[in-house]
Ligand binder design. Structure first.
Ligand SMILES: NC(=O)C1=CN([C@@H]2O[C@H](COP(=O)(O)OP(=O)(O)OC[C@H]3O[C@@H](n4cnc5c(N)ncnc54)[C@H](OP(=O)(O)O)[C@@H]3O)[C@@H](O)[C@H]2O)C=CC1
Ligand SMILES: CC(C)CCC[C@@H](C)[C@H]1CC[C@H]2C3=C(CC[C@]12C)[C@@]1(C)CCC(=O)[C@@H](C)[C@@H]1CC3
Length: 332
């Protein structure tokens, strides 16, 4: 029986490249692409089929920043499939980004420039806002929508003959100092992206603890710095054009400058080929590209405190309970 693979954020960037690369690895999978609306789904499906005419590609529509939409898509997936083998939780946003060039300059003087260029620590801020569900938009889209999706798909993910896998697209921008348990949606700060990615790392750690015994395994990856819609929105296009030669040069020193979505999907594809039992739940798998363009994967221990992870998980469960009460009419 073919493996069923669901990819969120499949309409472009890392998600689209991942879909293409997964079909190159195994043309027999059933690929289900999740996009925000049916035009995007159809356009993405056509693009994928143009390169892989014999592939089995189906589509679902979901806005991960809208809980009613997440509950509806979960119900649809439960009707359509009996099992999901891989779920790539890849969709993500970084709204209203702001780059602090002075900080980069200080980094140059203090010898921290390379670290800043690869993690954006102290370099980037964002302005977040509330979404229609009354949640902080970045937390809701990058983490909570995906969390609800996973929980609603438990019957397709747990207790199968073979283990099922969750693969979250996190980031090397995930940072403990940007996250706080008392403000886990990051309403008060200006590093909502970093906080949401740290929250993703914490969630994956706990999911492994709770679900490995039911045959569900979770991993986190960082695609490295990829030029995608998300990054193109950070600076004006002309500036990116000017910076591009410098970025290619930086790659000789910074292996996480993968730059293309194809390279960025390296860790996602590598994980597709690994036995889950051989993976470390406390490791983030980074896509890397050498100066000469060779792709490889680097495992790096995550900076996560397991007690904080457990406390945060309890908060997610409380928020989930509130959500399900609010949308009880959408549940079976
Ligand atoms: N680019 C980079 O350097 C890095 C990216 N990442 C992460 O990689 C992932 C992919 O990003 P990337 O490919 O770069 O960026 P893109 O902006 O190209 O892709 C993001 C994807 O997420 C989808 N998406 C955004 N919001 C929603 C939503 N509310 N509901 C459903 N889908 C949504 C987008 O759909 P739509 O087309 O409709 O907007 C798009 O398909 C993200 O999680 C990002 O945080 C991590 C590290 C570095
Ligand atoms: C390279 C140039 C000389 C200067 C570019 C300055 C900034 C625009 C970049 C420096 C570090 C970059 C970075 C990201 C975005 C663009 C920069 C801030 C990310 C935050 C993109 C999304 C991620 O998830 C991170 C892994 C990236 C970290 C580095």
């Amino acid at each position: 029986m073919e493996r069923v693979v669901l990819v969120t954020g499949a309409s472009g960037g890392v998600g689209l490249a991942l879909c293409q690369r997964l079909l190159e690895e195994d043309g027999r999978i059933h690929l289900c692409i999740a996009c925000r609306n049916d035009q995007k789904s159809e356009a993405t499906r056509d693009l994928i089929l143009a390169a892989h005419p014999a592939a089995q590609v189906s589509t679902v529509e979901v806005d991960l920043g809208n809980l009613a939409s997440v509950l509806r898509v979960a119900q649809e997936l439960r009707c359509r499939f009996q099992r999901l083998d891989f779920v790539y939780l890849n969709a993500g946003i970084m709204p209203n980004p702001h780059v602090n060039f002075k900080a980069l300059w200080r980094g140059l003087l203090t010898g921290k420039l390379l670290h800043m260029l690869t993690t954006a620590e102290g370099v980037m801020t964002q302005t977040d806002r509330l979404n229609g569900d009354g949640l902080q938009e970045v937390f809701a889209t990058n983490l909570f929508g995906h969390f609800i999706l996973v929980r609603q798909l438990e019957s397709l993910l747990c207790g199968n003959e073979k283990p099922s896998r969750l693969i979250w697209t996190s980031s090397s921008n995930a940072r403990e100092s940007a996250f706080s348990l008392s403000d886990y949606q990051h309403a008060k700060g200006q590093e909502s992206y970093s906080s949401s990615k740290y929250a993703t790392d914490l969630t994956s750690v706990v999911l492994n603890r709770k679900f490995n015994n039911q045959g569900l395994y979770s991993s986190v990856v960082c695609p490295g710095l990829v030029m995608s819609n998300m990054t193109y929105r950070i600076l004006p296009v002309f500036l990116w054009k000017l910076l591009m030669p410098i970025m290619w040069l930086i790659r000789f020193f910074a292996k996480t400058y993968t730059l293309t979505p194809h390279n960025g999907a390296e860790a996602h594809v590598w994980l597709f080929k690994q036995k889950p039992e051989s993976l470390d739940a406390l490791v983030k798998y980074h896509s890397c590209t050498s100066g000469l363009g060779k792709n490889y994967v680097e495992p790096r221990k995550m900076d996560v405190d397991e007690e904080t992870a457990e406390k945060f998980y309890q908060k997610l469960l409380e928020l989930e309970k509130e959500t399900l009460e609010k949308y009880s009419d959408l549940l079976d």
